[in-house]
Design a protein around this ligand. Sequence first.
Ligand code: 13P
Length: 241
Amino acid sequence: MRKVIIAGNWKMYKTQSEASEFLMEFISQIDDAPENREVVLCVPFTDLTIVNKSLHGNRIRLGAQNVHWEDCGAYTGEISASMLTEMGVRYVIIGHSERRQYFGETDETVNLRLKAAQSSGLIPILCVGETKLQRDAGETEQKIALQLERDLLGIDQTRLVIAYEPIWAIGTGETCEVNEANRVIGLIRDRLTDSSVTILYGGSVKPSNINEIMAQPQIDGVLVGGASLAAGDFAGIVNYK
Ligand code: 13P
């Protein structure tokens, strides 16, 4: 049985007081969500402490949005895996397209970060996906295959989550057609040595499209950006039918 994960990626949003406000509203709305749905909040580093204090028993898991590959050292501005685990972090997003696009993240550094995360006991959420240009050129499969091959070199697939996030669907309101997301996620699964890896879809997920997304057989959950910032919207996604 593959694990179902509903994860929010807050990106660079919410101060500590905004995070507390969100949690007060959110927590009461997810009480009736089935136990087997793992709810993960990947928050800015500065919100980790405050979110960890209000995890509502074990209902919400704490996630970060990046991790460095060294355990300590002269790397100004970076955060190590042991710093995260000590704060109660369980999951960490690695290789998000925004990091690849704006911060020079490469498949090589993604691979290093994945290894560091796993060796500290964090579960990485590896993001892969194609640009609009690559999709229009018919290069989607090739692009993703290459990312998987390079990113997953030497990685333990039994402690891994993958998120398929077509870059053109992120923050655009233009969700990938569900059958297509299901098809690409099936292709990703075919390339893994462990077919039980939880694979999420990300890109303009909203309360209004979550039911049809979760009805797809290959899709095990979602990684939600914008709609995870409003407690009511994210609760609506967590409580999908
Ligand atoms: P949106 O849900 O805002 O499209 O963002 C998706 C995303 O990038 C999650 O990591």
